[in-house]
Write a protein that binds this ligand. Structure first.
Ligand code: ZN
Length: 314
């Protein structure tokens, strides 16, 4: 079978304060800001991208920080926890580090043979660090966190669903995932490439309240596809299966289609190319505000309206 979906590409969420968001993901978690741009539909709002050194697919967490946005609520029909991958030997380092920043965490818990920590970012977004010894990805050396302890990218993401059958059918019959583990109310699916960064965990939670979108909520989850051709092939499969994917949209750093899975979570399929080095060099990633061509004539007004932010490793 030809691989149409590799695994995770990026996860996009909402925040309430740009600087606090940067402080958490660059400052505390040690991610690289790989792109500083704007919400193409709302140019007075940033679109901030965090990831590993190059912004590899499977490492990219992005935010729209809407100033003063009210908090969302975790619940059913939502991606509730975004899990990053860390080496097993770094678990106590991260516990000490979170404590040092005054960030309460719970755990380590056990799930599918891995230990993980659970906490929230400054907007209440659910984050986990999953300790494992199988992830070979290098992570990003931000100069503060020892590289051997750094986050390697995503591990998995948890989708809370009131009922799971149709979501499971979408993942397994259309999106080329296979069931690799199950435990109590959680089913783990693995995409074709396999391994950390290519899992998605579906949690059956019929008693959840319905999720409300707001600061700290995930807006959508994007799966990676290798090329424009493979994207059109998976789009066709979705259409045949009765889904309504959008037309292909140009997101500058990747091309995207979007559709809702049966439980209501917004899914995206994004191409790996062209990537983040399309408009700035690898060493400069994230260092200046990048705008799509059509906004360049309005650059000075856009820059004036955006709050200044400083990305600093701590
Ligand atoms: Zn997206």
């Amino acid at each position: 079978m030809k691989t149409l979906i590799n695994g995770l590409h990026h996860i996009t969420a909402l925040a309430s304060d740009a600087q606090r968001n940067v402080d958490f993901y660059v400052g505390v978690l040690g991610q690289r800001m790989v792109k500083k741009t704007i919400n193409f539909d709302a140019p007075d709002v940033y679109h901030l991208y965090y990831g590993d050194e190059t912004g590899s697919p499977g490492s990219i967490l992005t935010f729209f920080p809407y100033a003063g946005l009210q908090r969302g609520r975790k619940g059913g029909g939502q991606l509730t926890y975004t899990a990053f991958s860390i080496p097993t030997t770094s678990l106590s380092y991260w516990m000490d580090r979170l404590t040092g920043f005054g960030i309460p965490y719970s755990g380590p818990y056990r799930r599918f043979n891995e230990s993980y920590l659970r906490f929230e970012d400054y907007d209440g977004m659910g984050v986990e660090l999953v300790a494992n010894d199988v992830d070979q990805r290098p992570g990003w050396d931000n100069g503060k966190i020892p590289i051997e302890y750094s986050i390697k990218g995503f591990f998995t993401a948890t989708l809370n669903e009131f009922s799971i059958d149709k979501t499971v059918a979408l993942l397994t019959e259309v999106m080329q995932h296979k069931l690799v583990a199950e435990e109590e109310d959680i089913w783990r699916f693995e995409a074709m490439l396999g391994g950390p960064g290519n899992y998605v965990d579906v949690k059956k939670s019929p008693k959840d309240v319905r999720a409300l979108q707001g600061a700290g909520s995930v807006h959508h989850i994007a799966f990676a596809t290798e090329s424009d051709t493979s994207q059109l092939e998976i789009r066709e499969k979705l259409l045949v299966a009765g889904y309504s994917p959008t037309e292909v949209l140009d997101r500058n750093y990747f091309h995207s289609i979007y559709y809702r899975e049966p439980g209501g979570i917004l899914f995206e399929i994004a191409t790996n190319p062209p990537g983040f080095a399309v408009d700035e060099s690898l060493v400069e990633l994230g260092s200046s505000l990048k705008l799509p061509e059509w906004y360049e004539p309005k650059r000075s007004a856009i820059e004036t309206a955006l709050p200044p932010i400083v990305a600093e490793a701590k």
